[in-house]
Design a binder for this molecule. Sequence first.
Ligand SMILES: [Zn+2]
Length: 311
Amino acid sequence: MPNELPPITHIYAGNPLDRGDQERRDEGWLRDRALDATSKFLPLWENTVLVTNTPDHDLGWIGLDDVQRLGIEVEGIFLGLRDGAAHFTVDITRNQPASEALRTDEAWSFEDTRGVTDLISLADSGIVAQARAQVNWHNRHGYCAVCGHPTEMRRGGHMRFCTNCNTQHFPRTDPVVITVVADGDRCLLGQSRGRLQAMNRYSALAGFMDQGESIEEAVAREIKEESGIQVKNVRYHSSQPWPFPSTLMIGCHADAATTEIHMDTGEMSDVRWFTREDVASAMAGTNENLALPGPIAIAHHLIKAWVTGEV
Ligand SMILES: [Zn+2]
């Protein structure tokens, strides 16, 4: 029986694969699966993922015959099991013949890992998130942070091991708190400097959690830093993996304890209160002065939950 998904499952969550924690500890099993005709392999090329050119756009799983025909090296990033079959991802960015062969094959296309979520299912977007974050982590962590020696992939990608100093390195996930702050019938939204200001686009305030900090403390600190507003009654709403490169968005709501804005002009180009009517019309796409994030982003759902009175 698959685990039941939480009531709010965002894009990039909902990965249906069984990550096979026991199986992936067996290096012999992994080697056998990488050479098994029932195994499936998902090619990533630069920041894109292979999909089928069928109307329903499945992920572009290729089989062992294609892996061997195209000379693709299976380095061993094991994503998990489904229906008894092992699923791997393969980064073919540096394998030009293989990427060219797949790019010119009309059966497939490579799609940006962000835009592809418009084409594929929620479950498949979870697999893309896992694959992209894994490939990125391995590409950036080839050397031991303790002694500088090259590290080796272990456990099908869930660890890198330094054979010089025996340090085990585990994949990073960087938590970000993102919060809609309410003051009665208005909510606090902002524009980060340089990114959103040209588009009249506002979003929930967000920032990386610091070390030695709880979620509630991170929310209070980030909101205070960016807007000068003090908050109370911080409530967790839902979370979203965001594989650019390996973030976990922790979505919250909070109430304002103060209301006067003192914006951090270094980080923000604007922060302001918006009325429920403003936000509702922006959600409906009828407010030319305010654009909100689309449904791919957790911010959309946090704002929607507030404007509809769910929270
Ligand atoms: Zn080391």
